[in-house]
Design a protein around this ligand. Sequence first.
Ligand code: CTP
Length: 401
Amino acid sequence: MDLAGKHIVLGLSGGIACYKSAELARQLIQAGATVQVVMTEAAERFITPVTMQALTGRTVVTSQWDAREPNHMPHINLSREADALLIAPASADFMAKLAQGRADEVLSLLCLARPAERVPLFVAPAMNREMWAHPATQRNAAQLRADGAVLLGPDAGDQACGEVGDGRMLEPEALVEELVAQLQPRPLAGCRLLVTAGPTFEPLDPVRGLTNRSSGKMGFAVARAAREAGAEVTLVAGPVALPTPRGVRRIDVETALQMHEAVMAAVPGQHVFVATAAVADWRPVRAAEHKMKKDGSGRPPAIEMAENPDILADVAKRPNAPYCVGFAAESHDLLAHATAKRERKGVPLIVANLGPATFGRDDNTLLLVDAHGHRELPTAGKLDLARELVREIARQLSQTT
Ligand code: CTP
């Protein structure tokens, strides 16, 4: 329930993407928000207020002359109640109206009347690619940003007209993720955070290798939570099948050596480094060029192994090292192992968990160990835990600066 307690005014202007707004309204409600829909006359050509009313349980507002509002001021009432205004879809014409500050129907009127310092305006453009690329639309988009609106998208891909390019409305899922991110507190604004995630894969031959059961979920949740908190996030990911959190720069790697190289290249200028990756401690010295075959002797091949560099320890010992957070996946004696690991790696904070109990799962229990003691974060979803961890990191940073 990432939007629990939030009241969202969802504005629809005229465009074929209106059909996605029905699903968007549902997903906002599933995330805990209450949703008040406002539609322009053009939007009503694409989807009916009946659909939107049935989904949101609220009468849709379509006119500033609606006599049901006792004070006859829907633009004031709607914009004062809202925690955010989301225009999805925002047509080229509607963006032009917003950029000009026109107010000749209820949706543009309430956008103009919103208390800008308290109620953010999110605009999700949706139009043909030529319309989006047109200098007039680009000028309007720049003007909207300058006036404090947040543009979400557009996306690139297939368009309803049959053309392919920039201008599609973001999918409802992406819009909800953006809104959740934008409405979180931002204690890491202005910070750069680097995070490693997932397992590494150390090849033995072209088809086999050594890896582990880390799913990457915790690291991806940390990346998402840090970005929500306002940080500029770089995520170095081992081989995992997870979608990149929105707004996060992702670098894919396979082996520990590649992860080490990517981290060392990205670390200058970072304020925080969070090492969630389950990096293989050892790698085969060389991968066979061809698949290793049984030779009939019954003896398995001897594989010469070498130790991988410790990425976290190498970052921690750099001059001007970022604030370093290590993870410890243990099987027993969590506190003792985490305390020893914190000292060995030379990092201010270790986050310990029971590896076998968490790999691949959506929830986890964490133990935070720093120089002053330890604190348990009770079992919760990985995203909730990641948000709590990010709050803790922000607290620590504010004490050291
Ligand atoms: N780590 C790393 N590079 C490595 C090994 C580990 O950056 N080559 C990081 C992990 O991302 C994690 C922390 O170090 O943040 C602890 O990793 P772990 O494998 O649990 O610890 P080890 O140092 O390998 O200790 P042990 O094998 O004794 O548990």
